[in-house]
Design a protein around this ligand. Structure first.
Ligand SMILES: [Zn+2]
Length: 403
Protein backbone atom coordinates (compact mmCIF):
# COMPACT_ATOMS: atom_id res chain seq x y z
CA UNK A 1 0.00 0.00 0.00
CA UNK A 2 2.75 2.46 1.07
CA UNK A 3 4.76 1.61 -2.02
CA UNK A 4 1.74 2.20 -4.30
CA UNK A 5 1.22 5.65 -2.78
CA UNK A 6 4.89 6.53 -3.25
CA UNK A 7 4.76 5.38 -6.88
CA UNK A 8 1.59 7.42 -7.51
CA UNK A 9 3.14 10.53 -5.91
CA UNK A 10 6.35 10.07 -7.91
CA UNK A 11 4.38 9.71 -11.14
CA UNK A 12 2.32 12.77 -10.28
CA UNK A 13 5.46 14.87 -9.65
CA UNK A 14 7.12 13.66 -12.84
CA UNK A 15 3.93 14.19 -14.83
CA UNK A 16 3.41 17.65 -13.35
CA UNK A 17 7.03 18.54 -14.06
CA UNK A 18 6.68 17.39 -17.64
CA UNK A 19 3.49 19.36 -18.19
CA UNK A 20 5.06 22.49 -16.64
CA UNK A 21 8.15 22.05 -18.81
CA UNK A 22 5.98 21.59 -21.89
CA UNK A 23 3.88 24.67 -21.09
CA UNK A 24 6.93 26.83 -20.36
CA UNK A 25 8.62 25.68 -23.52
CA UNK A 26 5.56 26.54 -25.58
CA UNK A 27 5.15 29.85 -23.80
CA UNK A 28 8.75 30.81 -24.54
CA UNK A 29 8.27 29.97 -28.20
CA UNK A 30 5.23 32.24 -28.31
CA UNK A 31 7.04 35.33 -26.98
CA UNK A 32 8.58 37.43 -29.75
CA UNK A 33 12.32 37.90 -29.31
CA UNK A 34 12.11 41.67 -28.97
CA UNK A 35 9.92 41.34 -25.92
CA UNK A 36 12.32 38.96 -24.21
CA UNK A 37 15.09 41.49 -24.78
CA UNK A 38 13.09 44.39 -23.38
CA UNK A 39 12.54 42.33 -20.24
CA UNK A 40 16.30 41.90 -19.81
CA UNK A 41 17.05 45.61 -20.18
CA UNK A 42 14.56 46.86 -17.67
CA UNK A 43 16.43 49.34 -15.47
CA UNK A 44 16.72 49.02 -11.74
CA UNK A 45 14.21 51.48 -10.33
CA UNK A 46 14.87 53.11 -6.94
CA UNK A 47 12.87 55.75 -5.17
CA UNK A 48 15.57 57.99 -3.68
CA UNK A 49 13.27 60.41 -1.89
CA UNK A 50 10.15 62.45 -2.21
CA UNK A 51 9.24 66.07 -2.77
CA UNK A 52 7.62 68.57 -0.39
CA UNK A 53 4.22 67.58 -1.81
CA UNK A 54 5.05 63.88 -1.56
CA UNK A 55 5.86 63.04 -5.18
CA UNK A 56 8.54 60.39 -5.60
CA UNK A 57 12.03 61.20 -6.83
CA UNK A 58 13.06 58.24 -8.96
CA UNK A 59 16.39 56.87 -10.09
CA UNK A 60 16.77 54.38 -12.95
CA UNK A 61 20.02 52.45 -13.30
CA UNK A 62 21.17 50.81 -16.52
CA UNK A 63 24.09 48.43 -17.06
CA UNK A 64 25.95 46.29 -14.56
CA UNK A 65 29.42 47.82 -14.26
CA UNK A 66 30.90 48.43 -10.85
CA UNK A 67 31.46 52.17 -11.44
CA UNK A 68 28.54 54.54 -11.73
CA UNK A 69 27.93 57.82 -13.47
CA UNK A 70 24.73 59.73 -12.86
CA UNK A 71 22.61 62.21 -14.82
CA UNK A 72 20.09 64.53 -13.21
CA UNK A 73 17.33 66.37 -15.03
CA UNK A 74 14.80 68.92 -13.86
CA UNK A 75 16.35 70.34 -10.68
CA UNK A 76 14.76 73.58 -11.92
CA UNK A 77 11.44 71.83 -12.44
CA UNK A 78 8.86 73.16 -14.84
CA UNK A 79 10.97 76.17 -15.80
CA UNK A 80 13.47 73.77 -17.41
CA UNK A 81 11.04 71.01 -18.38
CA UNK A 82 13.04 70.26 -21.51
CA UNK A 83 15.86 68.86 -19.33
CA UNK A 84 13.35 66.30 -18.00
CA UNK A 85 12.22 65.37 -21.51
CA UNK A 86 15.87 64.90 -22.45
CA UNK A 87 16.33 62.57 -19.46
CA UNK A 88 13.27 60.54 -20.49
CA UNK A 89 14.61 60.28 -24.01
CA UNK A 90 17.91 58.94 -22.63
CA UNK A 91 16.06 56.40 -20.47
CA UNK A 92 14.28 55.04 -23.54
CA UNK A 93 17.49 55.08 -25.53
CA UNK A 94 19.51 53.17 -22.92
CA UNK A 95 16.74 50.61 -22.56
CA UNK A 96 16.72 50.03 -26.32
CA UNK A 97 20.51 50.24 -26.76
CA UNK A 98 22.10 48.74 -23.64
CA UNK A 99 25.22 47.79 -25.60
CA UNK A 100 26.42 51.40 -25.63
CA UNK A 101 27.08 51.26 -21.87
CA UNK A 102 30.67 50.09 -21.25
CA UNK A 103 31.04 46.90 -19.18
CA UNK A 104 32.74 48.75 -16.35
CA UNK A 105 29.91 51.29 -15.96
CA UNK A 106 26.41 51.54 -14.70
CA UNK A 107 24.43 54.65 -15.57
CA UNK A 108 21.82 56.20 -13.30
CA UNK A 109 19.28 58.71 -14.56
CA UNK A 110 17.30 60.83 -12.11
CA UNK A 111 14.97 62.37 -14.67
CA UNK A 112 12.96 64.75 -12.52
CA UNK A 113 14.67 66.12 -9.42
CA UNK A 114 11.93 68.69 -8.72
CA UNK A 115 8.66 66.89 -9.47
CA UNK A 116 6.49 69.52 -7.72
CA UNK A 117 7.89 72.18 -10.05
CA UNK A 118 7.11 69.96 -13.04
CA UNK A 119 3.60 69.29 -11.75
CA UNK A 120 2.96 73.00 -11.29
CA UNK A 121 3.60 73.59 -14.98
CA UNK A 122 2.44 70.37 -16.66
CA UNK A 123 -0.25 69.10 -14.27
CA UNK A 124 1.25 65.63 -14.79
CA UNK A 125 2.35 63.16 -12.13
CA UNK A 126 4.11 60.88 -14.60
CA UNK A 127 5.69 61.47 -17.93
CA UNK A 128 4.53 64.52 -19.84
CA UNK A 129 4.99 65.70 -23.42
CA UNK A 130 5.42 69.11 -25.02
CA UNK A 131 1.64 69.18 -25.47
CA UNK A 132 1.31 69.59 -21.67
CA UNK A 133 3.43 72.76 -21.57
CA UNK A 134 1.78 76.21 -21.35
CA UNK A 135 3.42 79.29 -22.89
CA UNK A 136 6.88 80.08 -21.60
CA UNK A 137 6.04 82.98 -19.22
CA UNK A 138 3.84 80.61 -17.21
CA UNK A 139 6.74 78.24 -16.49
CA UNK A 140 8.94 80.55 -14.35
CA UNK A 141 7.27 79.71 -11.03
CA UNK A 142 7.90 76.01 -11.73
CA UNK A 143 11.61 76.64 -11.21
CA UNK A 144 11.20 76.41 -7.43
CA UNK A 145 10.00 73.58 -5.21
CA UNK A 146 6.73 73.77 -3.26
CA UNK A 147 8.49 75.76 -0.50
CA UNK A 148 9.48 78.35 -3.13
CA UNK A 149 13.12 77.32 -2.73
CA UNK A 150 15.56 77.23 -5.63
CA UNK A 151 16.87 73.69 -5.09
CA UNK A 152 20.12 74.43 -6.86
CA UNK A 153 20.92 76.91 -4.07
CA UNK A 154 20.11 74.48 -1.21
CA UNK A 155 23.30 72.39 -1.23
CA UNK A 156 26.18 72.60 1.23
CA UNK A 157 28.66 74.72 -0.67
CA UNK A 158 28.98 78.34 0.50
CA UNK A 159 25.30 78.05 1.43
CA UNK A 160 23.43 81.25 2.36
CA UNK A 161 19.71 81.68 3.08
CA UNK A 162 19.29 83.94 0.11
CA UNK A 163 21.02 83.54 -3.21
CA UNK A 164 20.61 84.95 -6.68
CA UNK A 165 19.22 83.88 -10.00
CA UNK A 166 20.29 86.38 -12.61
CA UNK A 167 19.53 89.67 -10.84
CA UNK A 168 16.74 88.29 -8.64
CA UNK A 169 17.09 87.18 -5.03
CA UNK A 170 15.88 83.58 -4.51
CA UNK A 171 15.28 81.56 -1.37
CA UNK A 172 17.92 78.91 -0.72
CA UNK A 173 15.99 77.22 2.10
CA UNK A 174 16.31 77.46 5.87
CA UNK A 175 19.65 75.61 5.90
CA UNK A 176 21.77 73.58 3.52
CA UNK A 177 19.78 70.45 2.60
CA UNK A 178 16.62 71.78 4.28
CA UNK A 179 14.63 70.64 1.22
CA UNK A 180 13.72 66.95 0.77
CA UNK A 181 14.55 67.07 -2.94
CA UNK A 182 18.13 68.20 -2.20
CA UNK A 183 18.39 65.55 0.52
CA UNK A 184 17.35 62.88 -1.99
CA UNK A 185 20.25 63.83 -4.28
CA UNK A 186 22.63 63.98 -1.32
CA UNK A 187 21.61 60.52 -0.09
CA UNK A 188 21.82 59.06 -3.56
CA UNK A 189 25.34 60.44 -4.02
CA UNK A 190 26.57 59.28 -0.61
CA UNK A 191 25.13 55.79 -1.16
CA UNK A 192 26.08 55.30 -4.78
CA UNK A 193 29.39 57.20 -4.85
CA UNK A 194 29.25 58.00 -8.57
CA UNK A 195 32.43 58.74 -10.52
CA UNK A 196 30.74 61.86 -11.84
CA UNK A 197 27.37 63.60 -11.92
CA UNK A 198 26.01 65.48 -14.93
CA UNK A 199 23.16 67.96 -14.45
CA UNK A 200 20.96 68.94 -17.37
CA UNK A 201 19.63 72.51 -17.28
CA UNK A 202 18.55 75.12 -19.81
CA UNK A 203 19.17 77.54 -21.48
CA UNK A 204 22.71 78.92 -21.77
CA UNK A 205 23.95 76.61 -24.51
CA UNK A 206 27.16 75.62 -22.72
CA UNK A 207 28.84 73.06 -20.46
CA UNK A 208 30.12 74.35 -17.12
CA UNK A 209 32.66 72.96 -14.67
CA UNK A 210 32.04 73.15 -10.92
CA UNK A 211 33.86 74.31 -7.83
CA UNK A 212 33.38 75.14 -4.21
CA UNK A 213 36.18 76.54 -2.03
CA UNK A 214 39.19 74.79 -3.49
CA UNK A 215 38.91 75.30 -7.22
CA UNK A 216 37.93 73.02 -10.08
CA UNK A 217 38.82 69.32 -9.86
CA UNK A 218 41.08 68.22 -12.73
CA UNK A 219 38.69 65.39 -13.52
CA UNK A 220 35.83 67.90 -13.82
CA UNK A 221 37.75 69.75 -16.52
CA UNK A 222 38.35 66.45 -18.35
CA UNK A 223 34.68 65.52 -18.50
CA UNK A 224 33.56 69.09 -19.23
CA UNK A 225 35.88 69.20 -22.22
CA UNK A 226 34.90 65.67 -23.34
CA UNK A 227 31.18 66.47 -23.30
CA UNK A 228 31.62 69.94 -24.82
CA UNK A 229 33.85 68.78 -27.65
CA UNK A 230 31.53 65.94 -28.69
CA UNK A 231 28.29 67.92 -28.32
CA UNK A 232 29.46 71.21 -29.75
CA UNK A 233 28.46 73.18 -26.64
CA UNK A 234 30.88 75.82 -25.42
CA UNK A 235 33.01 74.75 -22.41
CA UNK A 236 33.12 77.26 -19.56
CA UNK A 237 35.43 76.45 -16.65
CA UNK A 238 34.22 79.20 -14.30
CA UNK A 239 30.69 80.49 -13.94
CA UNK A 240 30.88 84.18 -13.06
CA UNK A 241 27.79 85.69 -14.68
CA UNK A 242 26.32 86.26 -11.20
CA UNK A 243 27.21 84.96 -7.74
CA UNK A 244 25.76 81.54 -6.93
CA UNK A 245 25.78 79.85 -3.52
CA UNK A 246 24.60 76.41 -2.51
CA UNK A 247 24.64 74.81 -5.96
CA UNK A 248 24.59 71.02 -6.25
CA UNK A 249 27.62 70.87 -8.51
CA UNK A 250 29.67 72.93 -6.04
CA UNK A 251 28.71 70.59 -3.20
CA UNK A 252 29.87 67.62 -5.27
CA UNK A 253 33.16 69.43 -5.96
CA UNK A 254 33.54 69.96 -2.20
CA UNK A 255 33.41 66.18 -1.65
CA UNK A 256 35.75 65.54 -4.59
CA UNK A 257 33.14 64.23 -7.01
CA UNK A 258 33.44 65.74 -10.48
CA UNK A 259 30.24 67.39 -11.66
CA UNK A 260 29.29 69.34 -14.75
CA UNK A 261 26.28 71.39 -15.79
CA UNK A 262 25.00 70.97 -19.32
CA UNK A 263 22.78 73.87 -20.36
CA UNK A 264 20.57 73.15 -23.35
CA UNK A 265 20.37 75.78 -26.06
CA UNK A 266 16.80 76.93 -25.45
CA UNK A 267 13.99 76.27 -22.97
CA UNK A 268 12.19 74.08 -25.51
CA UNK A 269 14.75 72.01 -27.42
CA UNK A 270 16.32 68.80 -26.11
CA UNK A 271 19.30 69.03 -28.51
CA UNK A 272 19.14 65.26 -28.82
CA UNK A 273 21.95 64.61 -31.29
CA UNK A 274 24.29 66.96 -29.43
CA UNK A 275 23.65 65.37 -26.05
CA UNK A 276 23.74 61.82 -27.38
CA UNK A 277 27.20 62.60 -28.77
CA UNK A 278 28.22 64.12 -25.43
CA UNK A 279 27.02 61.15 -23.41
CA UNK A 280 28.60 58.62 -25.78
CA UNK A 281 31.89 60.52 -25.51
CA UNK A 282 31.69 60.28 -21.71
CA UNK A 283 31.03 56.53 -21.97
CA UNK A 284 34.13 56.19 -24.18
CA UNK A 285 36.13 58.27 -21.75
CA UNK A 286 35.23 56.02 -18.82
CA UNK A 287 35.64 52.86 -20.90
CA UNK A 288 39.22 53.91 -21.63
CA UNK A 289 39.87 54.58 -18.00
CA UNK A 290 38.74 50.98 -17.68
CA UNK A 291 40.18 49.23 -14.72
CA UNK A 292 41.71 52.26 -13.06
CA UNK A 293 39.04 53.06 -10.50
CA UNK A 294 38.82 56.73 -9.62
CA UNK A 295 35.85 56.52 -7.28
CA UNK A 296 36.53 58.12 -3.93
CA UNK A 297 33.70 56.58 -1.92
CA UNK A 298 33.86 54.78 0.39
CA UNK A 299 36.38 57.44 1.33
CA UNK A 300 39.97 56.41 1.76
CA UNK A 301 40.62 59.35 4.07
CA UNK A 302 39.45 60.22 7.55
CA UNK A 303 40.42 60.68 11.15
CA UNK A 304 41.00 58.39 14.08
CA UNK A 305 41.67 59.39 17.67
CA UNK A 306 40.78 59.39 21.35
CA UNK A 307 38.96 61.70 23.71
CA UNK A 308 40.55 62.35 27.12
CA UNK A 309 39.20 63.85 30.29
CA UNK A 310 41.42 65.69 32.77
CA UNK A 311 42.63 66.73 35.20
CA UNK A 312 41.50 63.81 37.35
CA UNK A 313 43.12 65.05 40.59
CA UNK A 314 42.52 68.43 42.23
CA UNK A 315 46.23 69.20 42.66
CA UNK A 316 48.72 68.53 39.87
CA UNK A 317 52.05 67.36 41.34
CA UNK A 318 55.61 67.39 40.03
CA UNK A 319 56.62 64.75 39.04
CA UNK A 320 53.20 63.77 37.67
CA UNK A 321 51.29 61.18 39.65
CA UNK A 322 50.41 58.35 37.20
CA UNK A 323 47.12 57.91 39.06
CA UNK A 324 46.23 61.46 38.11
CA UNK A 325 46.80 61.04 34.34
CA UNK A 326 44.00 62.09 32.02
CA UNK A 327 41.58 59.23 31.48
CA UNK A 328 39.65 58.10 28.38
CA UNK A 329 36.26 59.81 28.01
CA UNK A 330 33.37 57.98 26.41
CA UNK A 331 31.27 60.56 24.57
CA UNK A 332 29.95 61.79 21.22
CA UNK A 333 32.08 63.58 18.64
CA UNK A 334 30.60 65.95 16.11
CA UNK A 335 32.36 66.53 12.80
CA UNK A 336 31.57 70.01 11.51
CA UNK A 337 32.64 71.22 8.12
CA UNK A 338 34.56 74.49 8.37
CA UNK A 339 32.15 77.25 7.42
CA UNK A 340 29.05 75.23 8.31
CA UNK A 341 27.06 76.05 11.44
CA UNK A 342 27.68 73.89 14.50
CA UNK A 343 24.01 73.03 14.48
CA UNK A 344 24.36 71.00 11.28
CA UNK A 345 27.30 68.63 11.71
CA UNK A 346 28.55 66.71 8.69
CA UNK A 347 28.70 63.56 10.82
CA UNK A 348 28.19 62.48 14.42
CA UNK A 349 30.05 59.52 15.96
CA UNK A 350 30.07 57.77 19.32
CA UNK A 351 33.40 56.87 20.86
CA UNK A 352 33.88 53.41 22.34
CA UNK A 353 34.25 53.00 26.10
CA UNK A 354 37.97 53.86 25.82
CA UNK A 355 37.14 57.18 24.19
CA UNK A 356 38.35 55.96 20.80
CA UNK A 357 36.70 57.02 17.56
CA UNK A 358 37.25 56.57 13.85
CA UNK A 359 35.45 58.04 10.85
CA UNK A 360 36.08 58.11 7.13
CA UNK A 361 35.58 61.57 5.59
CA UNK A 362 36.01 63.22 2.23
CA UNK A 363 39.07 65.49 2.06
CA UNK A 364 38.44 68.97 3.45
CA UNK A 365 38.56 71.16 6.55
CA UNK A 366 36.64 70.14 9.64
CA UNK A 367 36.20 70.95 13.28
CA UNK A 368 36.10 68.01 15.70
CA UNK A 369 33.96 68.74 18.72
CA UNK A 370 33.60 66.29 21.60
CA UNK A 371 30.41 66.74 23.59
CA UNK A 372 30.94 67.53 27.26
CA UNK A 373 28.60 68.90 29.90
CA UNK A 374 27.47 72.29 31.22
CA UNK A 375 29.68 73.92 32.27
CA UNK A 376 32.02 70.93 32.65
CA UNK A 377 33.50 68.84 31.18
CA UNK A 378 34.42 71.60 28.72
CA UNK A 379 35.65 70.09 25.45
CA UNK A 380 37.89 71.86 22.95
CA UNK A 381 37.11 72.08 19.24
CA UNK A 382 40.02 70.90 17.14
CA UNK A 383 40.38 72.00 13.53
CA UNK A 384 41.75 69.36 11.21
CA UNK A 385 42.54 69.07 7.53
CA UNK A 386 41.67 65.77 5.91
CA UNK A 387 44.00 65.01 3.01
CA UNK A 388 43.19 62.56 0.21
CA UNK A 389 44.18 58.92 0.88
CA UNK A 390 45.22 59.65 4.44
CA UNK A 391 43.75 58.80 7.83
CA UNK A 392 45.03 61.31 10.33
CA UNK A 393 45.29 60.88 14.10
CA UNK A 394 43.93 63.48 16.52
CA UNK A 395 43.24 63.36 20.21
CA UNK A 396 40.68 65.62 21.87
CA UNK A 397 40.70 66.75 25.45
CA UNK A 398 37.91 67.79 27.74
CA UNK A 399 38.49 69.82 30.88
CA UNK A 400 36.96 68.05 33.85
CA UNK A 401 36.86 71.27 35.89
CA UNK A 402 38.60 69.47 38.80
CA UNK A 403 41.14 71.82 40.42
ZN1 LIG B 1 18.71 75.52 -14.25
Amino acid sequence: MKRTIIIIITLAILGGGFITFYLLKNKEENIPEELIQVEDNTPQHNIIGSSVEGRTIDAYTYGNGSENIAFVGGIHGGYEWNSVLLAYRFMDYLEANPEIIPDNLSVTIIPSANPDGIYKVTGKEDRFTTADIPDSEATVSGRFNANEVDLNRNFDCKWQPESTWRSQPVSAGSSAFSEPEAQAIKNFVLNKSPLAVIFWHSQSNAVYASECEKGVLPETLNIMNTYAKASGYKAIATFDSYPVTGDAEGWLASINIPAITVELETHESIDWEQNLAGVKALFDYYKQKGDQPTGILPFDSGVTGEVFLGPTCPVVKEPADPNCADKPYQTTVQVIRTGSPKSSPFAVIETDKDGKFEIMLPPGEYGLQAIGGKPFPFCETKNVTIEPSLIIKESLTCDSGIR
